[in-house]
Design a protein around this ligand. Structure first.
Ligand code: PEP
Ligand code: MN
Length: 370
């Protein structure tokens, strides 16, 4: 059970804050003029209250642009004074946390790499004790919901109750179109572990390229997420980090205007009746699907015994290739996507191999005992 109790609502974080919360600003603070120009154009949209910026940017390998450090905090203070923004920065260690407090930063976020390291998370939680700052915890690099929950719990234990999670996608181990794989099921699982925890989406780091941002942002809202963090730079082509994924303030304005803000629920009787009817069809189909899968597994067990008795290997490549081929064709005819069918078949096949291995091992060990 989660220990995340009495999480503060976003509306209690600051007076007049609206949902969905939009956080925008550059990946990194680069110069005083870059921060000022970007902030001015974002402020001009009249749609964003929270300005983000990375201050420390350790990169995969040293030697590239590594952030401007404390100078950037001074520029941010100016921007706050001039345009009335709330400020959000990433903190990764005790020194960052202390400087964030010193420069009166309003919201702190924990980066994906930091969330992956409980030592760093604990150091941050200890240094933020008693300051009552909202803390946003990005998902860890690897899709481990417990590591994410654990990081949130460390802050919560330190008395931080203005807490939220940020979904920024997961490291892909294969070539992908998106920079990070969304794995939407992980933030959904997090929400079901803690219903009251606000979850934001960072479509910029999921996308890695501006073209995919609108679609991801809309999906996040449709999944009931509570806000968006979007990297925005007055001149992305000259950005020193993440240039491909930063929107211009103009593009950000268009994105915000074109998003559809749907209600999470409605009391409309007709809507509820139709939805209930459709859901009961889904319930019945799911039951049939599970019964069929169970029947399939029973047959797999039979096959396992049969192969074992005849000393034949579990994997029969030709048969597997034929299954993929015929089912892909059928699935497509039925309007299912190739990617979905392939994943489904792989999952079923993996479970079948597992079942047959169990059967074979059992038979072999009882034979040995004889
Ligand atoms: C960022 O927000 O600039 C950043 C570094 O994000 P992440 O920790 O998600 O990679
Ligand atoms: Mn970035």
């Amino acid at each position: 059970m989660t220990k995340l109790k009495s999480i503060s609502k976003i509306s209690n974080w600051f007076p007049g804050i609206e949902e969905p919360l939009i956080i925008a600003g550059p990946c990194s603070a680069e110069s005083e003029s870059q921060i000022f120009k970007t902030a001015k154009e974002i402020a001009g949209l009249g749609k964003v209250k929270i300005f983000r910026s990375g201050i420390w940017k350790p990169r995969t390998r040293p030697g590239n642009f590594e952030g401007v450090g404390e100078d950037g905090l001074k520029w941010l203070q100016q921007v706050k004074k001039e345009f009335g923004f709330l400020l959000a920065i990433e903190v990764a260690n005790e020194e960052h946390a202390e400087l964030a407090i010193k420069y009166d930063i309003d919201i702190l976020w924990v980066g994906a790499r930091t969330t992956s390291n409980p030592f760093s998370v604990q150091e941050l939680a200890d240094s933020l004790k008693g300051f009552n700052k909202p803390v946003l915890v990005k998902n860890p690099i690897n899709p481990d919901v417990n590591l994410w929950v654990g990081a949130l719990e460390r802050f919560h234990k330190a008395g931080v109750n203005k807490l939220a999670a940020v979904h920024r996608g997961f490291f892909p181990f294969e070539a992908t179109t998106l920079r990070n794989i969304p794995k939407w099921e992980i933030p959904i699982e997090l929400k079901s572990i803690c219903h009251t925890l606000p979850i934001f989406c960072d479509p910029s780091h999921i996308a890695g390229n501006t073209v995919y941002i609108p679609e991801i942002a809309q999906k996040a809202l449709d999944l009931n997420m509570d806000g968006l963090m979007i990297e925005t730079h007055y001149n992305p082509n000259a950005a020193l980090s993440d240039m491909n994924q930063q929107l211009t303030p103009g593009q950000l304005g268009n994105l915000i205007d074109n998003l559809i803000y749907r209600r999470s629920t409605t009391k409309d009787k007709d809507f509820t009746n139709v939805l209930e009817a459709l859901r009961s069809q889904i319930d019945s189909i799911d039951q049939q699907m599970l019964e069929l899968l169970s029947q399939r597994m029973n047959i797999v067990e039979e096959i396992g015994k049969f192969k074992s008795q005849n000393e034949v290997t579990i994997l029969q490549l030709r048969r597997w290739e034929k299954i993929v081929d015929t089912r892909m064709k059928l699935g497509k005819e039925l309007g299912l996507t190739g990617d979905f069918i392939k994943k489904l078949l792989q999952l079923v096949h993996k479970e079948s191999i597992q079942k047959q291995t169990e059967v074979m091992n059992k038979l072999t060990s009882s034979k040995k005992k004889e």
